[in-house]
Write a protein that binds this ligand. Sequence first.
Ligand SMILES: [Zn+2]
Length: 412
Amino acid sequence: MSGKADPRTAGEGTTSRTRLDRGRGALGPALELVHTGRAPTRAVLTAELGVTRATAGAVAAELEALGLIRVDARPGAAAGSQGRPSHRLSVAEDGPVALAAQVHADGFRAALVGLGGRIVATAPGCETVDADPAKVLGSVVEAGAGLLRTTGRRCVGAGLAVPSAVAEPDGLALNPLHLAWPAGAPVRRIFAECVRAAGIDGPAFAANDVNLAALAEHRHGAGRGARDLLCVATGHRGVGGALVLDGRLHTGSSGLALEVGHLTVNPEGRPCHCGSRGCLDVEADPLAFLTAAGRDPGPEVSLLQQANDLIRHHYDDEAVRGATEALIDRLGLGLAGLVNILNPDRIILGGLHRALLDADPQRLRAVVADRSLWGQSGGVPILPCTLDHNSLVGAAELAWQPVLDDPLTALT
Ligand SMILES: [Zn+2]
């Protein structure tokens, strides 16, 4: 359309067009507010967006028409409350999903994840990881495609979490140290090819598993509301870190920031696969814990599960308690260094580190406070991660991002 508006209706036309334009720009921010649970009602949405009630109503209706959210226009009023309750907003329970995939040292898993970080379906975990990334990624995508067929859900795209730094802009897994994959494997390209070959629409993404865990926890879990969120976690092997600044992952100039696993925490410690010695990666991961506790890692369940089980069920065993304290001290030393450099306002711990924190929170907080400059004066909150499968949920966040940025363009 072009040309001048009819002067008789120009006023009215301008008003509704302006509302539409504003509304369109607000669709992404509005969806993100509902997605992260920060706008449970239309009144909150109106206030958060800083728009008129009419614009917020139009935006919510548009997101509902896209099948992304549900607007409950007749919510039951709370007992004793006055006046008409605001329309209730929630993510659509039968809406689209993202295909999420994770590969780790002890296997791989596929899941479908809806808005709100809700895991809709998971395929059973598989326990062998082939040395050829194309075989593993083909299998995990096939498992995800099976879930899409059985649920009949629309798919917005796919995301993959890997236990390796992923170099940008090419999506190369630079150091899959605990997988038999070749260093520098082009995992994003391979994953995208598998997704296309399975007939799944939408873009495909890949990133480091701890980065994705941190992103998921920031949006839906223990990191909500933090401005400078530091996440440190073990996977099944090794240790990773991530930083979420103002809601965005800090990835460095080429995706390789926050390699916290190779901080030295024990100068006389065991040799690390990176060529150094005494790194957090080999001094504070599940294998290090089992070794310190004098346990022979058995083949029956994953190292992570064996280590978690020992801490949770055998903490009164002297060797287990001693190993827990030794690992807490090493982890605390690493965290103290990170606190000095990054000045986070919250630290969250995942994998085995979460179990270490649960076992003796006072000891860990004391080590961090004693060994860090700012720890002594401020005291950074240190909390456990709270989401199940946070790397999978984070992988889905990658696939959801284009929809969160511009729902209309991504879905129509
Ligand atoms: Zn190292």
